[in-house]
Structure formats: C-alpha cells, structure tokens
Design a protein around this ligand. Structure first.
Ligand code: BYC
Length: 329
C-alpha cells in the first residue's frame, strides 16, 4: 500500500515453469548459490529491486548520522566523545560503500541523492525519532545497531556480489557500534537513580520503533517473497524481528530495565519471546513522511548538500585541469 516507489513489475513470485528461459537460467544460478556480478545478465526487476533496497540502505546510513551527531558536542566525557565521533564517521563510510554498490547497477549517486531529497526514496523509519538525552545515544547503539546487525549479517550472503561484499565490511563495524551503545546503557543503569531513570525513559521511547524497524509484518510485506526467491533477502521481516526480540529481552533484563510492553511473555513451548501489538499505523505514518523528525532530517540533508556544492565544483575543476595537463603532456 505504501510501497512500490520502484515498481519492479513483479506482483507475485512466478513459478519456475512460468519463467522465460533466460529468467529460469538466472533463477537456477541464484538457487545454486552463484553470486551475481554487475556485468552478468539479470532480470530488470532484480536490478530495480536491488537499486531500491541498496539506495534506501545507503540513505539510512547517511540520515542515521544525524540523531547521534546531535550529541557529539555534548558527550559526557572525552572518551565517549571520541567513540561517538568514530561511530558516526563509520556510518558515513557505510553510506558511501552502499552508494558505490548501487552505482554498479547503473544508477548515479547524484540521482539517488536527488530522489532522497525530493522525498521519493525512503530511509529507515527509526531515524525520524529525536535524541532527547544522552541515554538515547546508548539506545540507538544497543537497539538500532543491534537490529541492523541481525538484518545485515545475512546480507553478507545475499546474491548480489557488490552488496554482499560491502556488507562484510559494514558488519565488522556494526558490532562495535552495538557494544558501545550497550556500554553506555550499562554505565547509566549502574549509576545514580537519576541515570537509571534516564536510561529507562529513553528505552521506553525507542523500544517500539526499534521493534517495527525490520519492516511490516510478513503478511503485509510487498517485496519479501520475490526478494527471498532472489536471495536479496535471506530472512523475512518477522523472522528478523523475532531474532532481535529474543536477543534483546535478556539484555534488557541484565540492565534491570523494564520492557515497556505489558503483553511481553516468554513462550516455553516455542522457546521464544512474544510481544504485544505493534502500532503499524504509526509506522506507516512515519515512512510516509509524518514522523516527529522527518522534515527536520530532510532539511538538514538538503542544506548539507547545498553547502557542499562548492567542494564538488572545486573537485570537478581540479579533475578537469589534471586531465587537460595529462593530455597536453
Ligand atoms: N523504514 O515489502 P517490505 C542502520 C518500506 S541502517 C522505512 O517489507 P523490503 C543504522 C519498504 O522499503 C538500517 N521504510 O520491504 C544506520 C517498502 O517501501 P518501498 C537500514 C520501510 O524491502 C546508522 C515498504 O515499506 N537497513 O540500521 O522487502 C546508524 C514495504 O516493506 C521500513 C537496511 O536498509 C523501515 N523500517 O524489506 C545506526 C537493510 N521497512 O521501498 C544504524 C536493508 C520497510 O516499496 N534493507 N519499509 O517504497 C532491508 O533489509 C529491507 O529493505 C527491509 C524492508 C527489511 C528494511
């Protein structure tokens, strides 16, 4: 309903016998675990699905620098500031690897950024929430990077070579990000009652958006079935959400934090935690542009792009001069 910005043309997953011979050959390569490389033949819908997902992923990394960047000047100690600076820089690097991976599919970075700035391309819902206290920085690292790792480790084995290789580098850094977030929460929860209260208050605000960020429930997920058939996704949204829940609840218990979900329960039969209903209306409102910080995030990105125009122009002028000099020589 709120999807299909990039219409892949694939409304349902076609059975093998319905596929054209070249698409069947492609599917056989995917099923055999062969990595697809940029110059290999690929169905147009596969290429467009990858551009959609990888560019959105890149935008999430870049917009994801903003909520934490807000705390660099106010980090409580020099050590925390140095760690946070490194983390936010890492996110910028992740965005650049991912834009490069998407460019191998024939789309330019300028086009992807124009789509983001025009509000046509999405980025993760989670970055449309504000960071009101230092504990929010802890919650982002622990909960959001924790969710990102669960989503991204399988992507290291996805079918498209450049995306899978970019994810290997990214995942190495994400695990440090999650640990730094948990470390902030640990310090606050072992601190004064006011610090513990601040940790609980931030946790209450981040819990539900973090639970929703793996995407709509499987029954409403538009792209999952086809993306899983192409091994662009290896796990469904609900499977990823369950893994995150099972990992995170014991971590919250260790911190002594109360999960803000009265319906949360351990199911001894399945061996999994179960959560109460997620407010999907809020999720869709946020991804449509009406979250608490959507306008602010986009305004900041557009301003950064415009303020940086002179750097891009200078780089182009320098490259042209070098090329002209090389030609003359
Ligand atoms: N926010 O059919 P579905 C990070 C959209 S970076 C916004 O299930 P799909 C980090 C979806 O795009 C985190 N939109 O889609 C960075 C689709 O709309 P379109 C980012 C969402 O693609 C810095 C529609 O809803 N990670 O963690 O099969 C600092 C229907 O959904 C969201 C990635 O991008 C959402 N949360 O599955 C710290 C990982 N969820 O495109 C941390 C790569 C869904 O048709 N991406 N939508 O207009 C993926 O794995 C998949 O794209 C998703 C969604 C699981 C996110």
């Amino acid at each position: 309903m709120y999807a299909q910005l990039v219409d892949t043309g694939a409304k349902r997953v076609a059975a093998r016998e319905e596929l054209a011979p070249e698409d069947r050959a492609f599917q056989d390569r995917i099923d055999a675990g062969v990595k697809i490389e940029p110059k290999d033949p690929m169905p147009e819908a596969y290429r467009r699905t990858l551009i959609r997902q990888i560019s959105q992923h890149a935008h999430s990394e870049i917009v994801g620098m903003l909520p934490e960047g807000n705390w660099i000047t106010r980090a409580p100690t020099l050590k925390r500031k140095a760690i946070l600076l490194a983390k936010v820089q890492d996110e910028g690097g992740h965005g650049l690897y991912l834009y490069s991976a998407a460019e191998t599919l024939g789309v330019s970075r300028d086009q992807m950024i124009a789509d983001l700035h025009a509000g046509k391309a999405k980025y993760s819902s989670i970055f449309n929430y504000p960071t009101l206290t230092w504990a929010d920085v802890g919650c982002i690292g622990w909960l959001v990077d924790g969710a990102a790792i669960i989503n991204q480790i399988p992507l290291c084995r996805c079918s498209y070579g450049p995306y899978a290789r970019a994810m290997v580098r990214i995942c190495k850094e994400e695990s440090f990000h999650q640990r730094q977030g948990y470390d902030i929460m640990l310090a606050l929860c072992r601190g004064a009652p006011e610090q513990k209260a601040m940790a609980q208050e931030a946790f209450n605000r981040w819990w539900w958006p973090a639970l929703a960020m793996q995407g709509p429930p499987d029954k409403d997920s538009v792209h999952s079935a086809q993306s899983m058939a192409w091994r662009i996704k290896l796990f469904s949204n609900d499977e990823l959400r369950q893994k995150w829940l099972d990992q995170t609840v014991p971590q919250a218990q260790f911190l002594g934090l109360e999960v803000p979900d009265p319906a949360l329960r351990w199911n001894a039969e399945t061996g999994h935690w179960e959560h109460g209903p997620i407010d999907w209306e809020e999720f869709y409102r946020v991804i449509k542009g009406d979250g608490p910080c959507n306008r602010d995030r986009l305004r900041t990105r557009v301003k950064a792009w415009e303020d940086g125009a002179w750097v891009r122009e200078a780089a182009v002028a320098h490259a042209e001069k070098r090329a002209a000099r090389a030609k003359a020589a």
